[in-house]
Design a protein around this ligand. Structure first.
Ligand code: C2E
Ligand code: MG
Ligand code: MG
Length: 563
């Protein structure tokens, strides 16, 4: 084989020497070195290329044909035009970005550069150069050395278009990463992230690929020989490896990880949808107390999406002048006098989309989004105005208004209440705020302060649903409330269950001994009424006297036709 000639006609080396030099150079770089003898149509490329691209050999004749199978078809005409310029029109360099297919047939962007070497006659003899994967250069995350999400997205979409696959996507996140960063600084946070990525790379060695997501998350994609259970098993292996590394580091980098996973097949073409699902599974893992693995569940996701949608409808309704909301009122009777004592204001919502919905369903959504604060103000104002109207009929008519712990915690409830009472001009003795114990009163100092503020200003408070949840006899002893409302569950059981009977009897006596008032909730029948009356409650509220109804119905029933 003859020597090689550069542009200036200088002899350099022969093909074998050149090929040898390139193979040595190839070991020093991630690039693929190549030499193409255009006269013999013989092509040699770094052997690693066979593992990365759709090439069966690293040395071959008939280059044009082989290129046809490795080059992404759409890019082929562009490449052929460039090669024609070299062969026929004296172009001396090759510099192109286009796509080669990887071993799975998925296109990968490459940069291909080459120099032409002429023979003694000045004819094109060799093209020598290198190919590099563009993605590798600017699509790798600096902290973890993993491909970033863009690559995953591109890869996934091209993969499902081309092949029938079954696999899973698993997202792994560091628990409390924000706190870790805040407490120990970003460098430390980055170290933990890099350490997790290394461990995952070390465990994901059976054909899984790993990518860095935003924040503290890493995603694993696996579609090779996947059976169910594989994701969880990998998560467990990663978790124990992380635990070991924490131990080895003397617990300096203590943290836990959570994971969410979803299994898919090629029918799921939308990457974004899959990502939403896998992120929801991770979100569920965090809600379940972290340090755990959760598999995506379609039903739970749908109900989550429904909740979000209801929240959005609630927000719009509130913005739209409280459209669809209405206050209902349920009578509260004075047992001894057998007259109406007042009413409890109960919110109702008739949504355009979801129709009539129970407050038991939508109040938690309002609380979660803090929308209960603006709606609570509206309820307060509407109920107090209504109270004032009914006071024209029964001069000391009282209005009971429910307060959510979110209102107590996050809004200036006390000032709002005082301002509204004053503005409407209602006597403070005719308003009662009902608070349901949810553990908050017990643990939250701010909430306790607000309640104390109500008491200091002689605004009445009732403890609602007493006997359920966290209700505490201490509330009676310390006189934190003026009125104890005993929950319907106990009242309705009184006739059958002796324990409930005794409990209600004693709570009533205890409250009375402390000069507190007692109201029984949920009396529905005459029979129930007769049996509870013996326990001497001050007030009774229940369907027996009236279901919650709107203001017009309430007026008609209690003030126009007598009771
Ligand atoms: P709650 O404050 O304990 O209200 C009493 C609930 O018991 C009302 O349900 C009422 O309709 C129901 N009830 C009363 N008597 C009977 C009876 O004899 N039999 C039966 N089966 N039920 C009876 P509602 O209106 O569905 O409200 C449920 C809960 O939603 C309320 O329980 C309260 O915690 C919350 N809520 C309602 N309106 C508001 C509001 O304006 N603000 C806040 N923060 N919460 C509210
Ligand atoms: Mg209530
Ligand atoms: Mg209640």
């Amino acid at each position: 084989m003859g020597g090689m000639y550069m542009d200036d006609g200088r002899v350099v080396v022969n093909f074998e020497q050149m090929e040898y030099t390139l193979s040595v150079l190839g070991k020093c770089t991630d690039d693929y070195m190549y030499i193409w003898d255009m006269k013999r149509d013989y092509y040699a490329i770094s052997k690693r290329a066979v593992k990365a691209f759709k090439l069966s050999k690293a040395r071959f004749y008939n280059t044009g044909e082989v290129l046809k199978s490795v080059v992404y078809p759409e890019d082929l005409p562009r490449l052929e035009a460039d090669l024609a310029a070299i062969k026929e029109r004296g172009q001396r360099t090759h510099n192109m970005e286009y796509r080669w297919l990887d071993t799975n047939g998925v296109p990968v962007w490459i940069s291909c550069r080459g120099e032409v070497v002429l023979d003694e006659e000045g004819e094109v003899h060799y093209l020598v150069g290198r190919i590099s994967e563009i993605g590798k250069k600017n699509k790798i995350d600096k902290i973890t050395s993993l491909y970033n999400e863009n690559i995953l997205k591109q890869y996934y979409q091209e993969l499902v278009e081309k092949q029938d696959i079954y696999g899973y996507m698993m997202v792994i996140g560091i628990d409390n990463f924000k706190e870790i960063n805040e407490k120990y600084g970003y460098d430390f946070g980055n170290k933990i992230l890099a350490n997790m990525a290394d461990i995952i790379k070390g465990k994901a060695i059976n054909g899984e690929s790993v990518y860095r997501m935003e924040g503290d998350c890493v995603v694993i994609l696996d579609y090779k020989n996947v059976q169910s259970g594989k994701a969880k098993e990998l998560y467990k292996r990663i978790r124990s490896a992380i635990d070991e590394s924490i131990e080895e580091n003397g617990y300096k980098m203590f943290h836990t990880i959570s994971a969410g996973a979803v299994y898919f097949d090629s029918r799921e073409k939308e990457y974004d949808k899959l990502m939403e699902q896998v992120n929801f599974a991770l979100h569920s893992a965090k809600l379940q107390g972290k340090n755990t693995f959760v598999l995506y569940n379609q039903k739970e996701y749908e109900s989550y999406i429904r909740r979000l949608d209801i929240q959005e409808c609630l927000r719009r309704a509130i913005e739209n002048d409280f459209k669809g909301f209405e206050l209902y009122y349920q009578p509260i009777m004075d047992v001894e006098m057998n007259t109406i004592h007042g009413a409890e204001a109960l919110i109702r919502w008739n949504s355009e989309k979801y129709g009539f919905m129970s407050p038991v369903e939508f109040i938690p959504l309002l609380e979660e989004s803090s929308l209960i604060i603006p709606l609570g103000r509206w309820i307060l104002e509407t109920a107090l105005k209504q109270c004032q109207i009914w006071q024209g009929q029964v001069s000391d008519f009282r209005m009971n208004i429910n307060l959510s712990f979110v209102q107590l915690q996050k809004s200036n409830m006390l000032a709002d209440a005082e301002e509204c009472i004053r503005r409407i001009g209602i006597d403070v003795n005719n308003v009662v705020f009902e608070v349901t114990e949810s553990g908050e009163i017990e643990t939250n100092q701010a909430t306790q302060n607000v309640l104390k503020g109500f008491r200091d200003r002689s605004i009445s408070l009732a403890i609602d649903d007493f006997g359920t949840g966290y209700s505490n006899l201490r509330y009676i002893k310390e006189k934190m409330f003026d009125l104890i409302k005993i929950d319907r569950i106990f009242i309705q059981n009184i006739m059958q269950n002796e324990y409930d009977y005794i409990l209600v009897k004693h709570v009533t006596e205890l409250a009375h001994s402390m000069n507190l008032m007692v109201c029984y909730e949920g009396v529905e029948t005459e029979e129930e009424l007769e049996s509870v009356k013996r326990l001497r409650p001050d007030y009774i509220q229940g369907y027996y006297y009236g279901k919650p109804m709107n203001a017009a119905a309430f007026t008609k029933r209690f003030f126009q036709s007598g009771i």
